[in-house]
Design a protein around this ligand. Structure first.
Ligand SMILES: [Zn+2]
Length: 298
């Protein structure tokens, strides 16, 4: 009996030693309860509304965004978001210029909306500050490749990890920072969650890139949003818990799967939470049509 018990314990210990590190790695950095609490730490009026603008498209098929999905056309919207407070705005991501846009087309001439891109630039310039979901060109180029870089860098918050990627391993040469350029930005670091502004909390979510983070926003009305950046390109990735299948990007798939499983669970436990993927054009249209997001910048 004792022998049987100790053998059983040994097996349990072995299984735990094999599976524990993976489980620990896959666990998201925080719970929704922690994000809600963190977003309430900074005193002040919460945001009133959130707007989205699409400034470019990539013409791809869904199988790249969602592993195993049919190869049917699936537009990837390139977007930025404006969080509107009673006394100013905060930008989530910053758009990109046409040269960086061409990088993403990889030889294909994809739609670029110059008027919308100008709207994004105007919103970035008039924002109180700017925060990034991650350090890829279609999200950060607007605070790097801009004639207004001096004024914009001084109010752009990058994480240490995002800066490290931009210094040493940028997605494309156009967005590479020198140490002198990096010194112009507000650079911060945190472990898991961070109270960013009234009603706003950041959560570490490495996976798509080392510097990826999710951004939780609760409005004065109580409406809740979770900007997941590129953790999924299409919300089907969350719904079906499927990672991408795009050989031109290198991701930490274990970490991403942990995020997708967590987000999928939130869809069931907190159906009122708006989980928003940066590039899902179908979702963007629905959210704008239903008034959950505004469709222009102010
Ligand atoms: Zn992106």
């Amino acid at each position: 009996m004792n022998l049987f018990r100790s053998a059983l314990l040994a097996i349990v210990a072995f299984v735990l030693s094999v599976t524990m590190p993976v489980v620990a790695q896959q666990k998201p950095a925080a719970t929704l309860a922690e994000l809600r609490q963190t977003a309430n730490l900074i005193p002040g009026r919460k945001p009133l509304r959130i707007n989205v603008v699409k400034f470019a498209e990539s013409l791809r098929t869904k199988n790249f965004s969602v592993k195993g999905a049919p190869a049917e056309p699936s537009v990837q919207a390139r977007t930025a978001f404006q969080v509107v407070y009673s006394d100013g705005t905060v930008m989530i991501d910053s758009g990109m210029d046409q040269q960086v846009h061409k990088f993403f087309g990889r030889g294909v001439d994809e739609p670029y909306d110059a008027a919308a891109a100008q709207q994004v630039e105007k919103a970035v310039r008039s924002a109180r500050f700017i925060v990034m979901t991650h350090e890829h060109g279609d999200h950060v180029a607007g605070v790097i490749r801009t004639p207004y870089v001096n004024e914009i860098a001084a109010k752009t918050v990058l994480t240490k990890t995002q800066v490290a990627t931009l210094l040493t391993n940028p997605q494309m040469p156009e967005i590479k920072l020198t140490p002198e350029m990096a010194a112009r930005y507000i650079v911060m670091d945190y472990e898991r969650v961070y109270p960013f502004a009234p009603g706003m909390a950041l959560m570490k979510a490495a996976g798509h890139t080392p510097g990826s983070q999710m951004i939780y926003v609760v409005l004065e009305s109580g409406a809740e949003y979770l900007f997941i950046g590129d953790s999924a390109w299409h919300m089907d990735g969350v719904r079906l818990m499927k990672v991408k299948d795009a050989n031109w990007i290198k991701e930490d798939e274990d970490a991403l799967m942990g995020q997708l499983v967590w987000l999928n669970g939130l869809m069931k436990t907190d159906p009122k939470l708006h989980i928003i993927a940066s590039h899902d054009d179908e979702q963007r249209k629905q959210l704008v049509a239903s008034g959950i997001l505004g469709g222009t910048f102010e």
